[in-house]
Design a protein around this ligand. Structure first.
Ligand code: PHB
Length: 399
């Protein structure tokens, strides 16, 4: 019964989108269905390069649910997990397991931008609500934006665009850029490169290595021989830590300024001083001085016995999104139009990253902080971009 109901409404919703017909669905709906547990699908990686990221997001979502008494709009919550891995070619079938197989009300995921492409395709076809708690794939809130697609993290453009001006203004003129050859790697570098060159800087070489290789020896030798003013890198998860270690082992940390997004320096605890001087941009820092950040960091530590990360913040806000929007619609998931409208209007005044809200394209409008590693700690040294909104190029909802 449950299955038919939400499939049916998914179709209605799609027709609304296509024809622009506004249907008013009766509030009564299937009352029984709105008393069943809300099914939330987790579509995250739990192993491999991004395993730590997926676990952080999972923890963050659970913390938000637990703080809300494990209820969404008065209904119990049933979590269904399908590990996403980091292989884009499995994304469509794994998403189908959650949507057709488990008939979830929401999918929360993924982490990897290539996997996000498959997830977007299925979410757009089926009309299921997708909340992206990490993957920054630009098109998710640009050309492929849709009413049922939300992101609580960032677009790949946001942090990297923000790093270009501070880099240029600090006197950097020639950079080598380096990342993995996959959607996120190329988009992160692109966000920096475009703005840096617009300001007058020059990208003397772009190096892309296969995902998720951590064999940095050859590129680092290449960088040493070019000897640029700075290196601009995008790596995340296990690859980030390995890159920092190899960069230092090659002696480059003493000689060539390393710039990146805060994903590179998310896990520097335990690395000692080797990342000192690395400058990054990110939408959260553990030292942000607001009461919600302090409370979140403490609650996270008590619950999971580890430090919060950017990924756990993004997961926490994804959980908060469901908690707040479901309260607004009294737990009614059958009227999807009302539900997605409530979701779009949620404001995150109590987010650990500071207040933010959704753009019309459903991507966060948020501050990008400039950080520098000092004595093994990421210190906020400024705001690189205030209330930064992705351009949402090609998103019909944003026009
Ligand atoms: C992505 O694939 O979009 C991605 C992965 C890891 C990060 C950030 C972005 O740390």
């Amino acid at each position: 019964r449950d299955f038919c109901l939400s499939r049916g409404l998914g179709d209605v919703y799609k027709r609304q989108l296509v024809a622009g017909v506004v249907l008013t669905l009766g509030m009564g709906g299937n009352v029984q269905a709105n008393e069943d547990p809300v099914k939330v699908g987790f579509f995250l990686p739990y192993s491999g390069t991004f395993g730590h990221l997926g676990q952080g997001i999972d923890n963050g979502i659970r913390l938000a649910f637990e703080q809300a008494g494990n209820k969404l709009g008065g209904r119990d919550i049933e979590i269904v997990t399908v590990p996403s891995g980091a292989n884009p070619s499995n994304a469509v079938s794994n998403m189908q397991k959650l949507i057709s197989g488990e008939n979830v009300d929401f999918v929360l995921g993924p982490v990897h931008s290539g996997v996000a492409m498959g997830a977007l395709k299925v979410a757009r076809q089926e009309g299921t609500i997708l909340v992206i708690p990490n993957a920054g794939l630009n098109v998710a809130t640009r050309q492929l934006c849709a009413p049922n697609i939300f992101r609580t993290s960032f677009s790949n453009w946001q942090p990297d665009f923000s790093m270009a001006r501070p880099a240029y203004e600090s006197g950097v003129r020639e950079v080598v850029t380096i990342s993995w050859r996959y959607a996120a790697g190329e988009e992160h570098l692109g966000g920096f490169e475009e703005e840096f060159e617009r300001l007058g800087g020059k990208v003397v070489k772009r190096i892309l290595i296969p995902f998720p290789s951590v064999d940095f020896q050859v590129p680092l030798t290449d960088i040493a021989s070019i000897d640029p003013d700075a290196v601009y890198a995008f790596f995340g998860g296990g690859g980030a830590v390995k890159f920092l270690k190899d960069y230092a082992a090659a002696g480059l940390n003493e000689n060539v300024q390393l710039l990146s997004t805060g994903f590179l320096t998310d896990s520097i605890a335990g690395l000692g001083d080797i990342a000192n001087g690395v400058r990054t941009t990110l939408h959260w820092n553990p030292a942000l001085d607001n009461e919600y950040n302090r409370a979140f960091i403490q609650a996270y530590k008590e619950r999971f016995n580890e430090e919060a990360s950017i990924y756990s913040v993004q997961g926490y806000d994804a959980g908060q999104l469901l908690v707040k929007a479901m309260a607004e619609v009294d737990g009614n998931t059958t009227d999807q139009e009302a539900l997605v409208e409530a979701m779009g209007k949620v404001t995150f005044d109590d987010s650990p990253r500071g207040p933010w809200k959704f753009s019309k394209a459903h991507n966060p409008i948020q501050n990008m902080y400039l950080q520098e590693v000092q004595n093994g700690q990421n210190v906020v040294i400024g705001v690189a971009a205030e209330a930064l909104e992705d351009p949402a190029t090609g998103c019909a909802m944003a026009q």
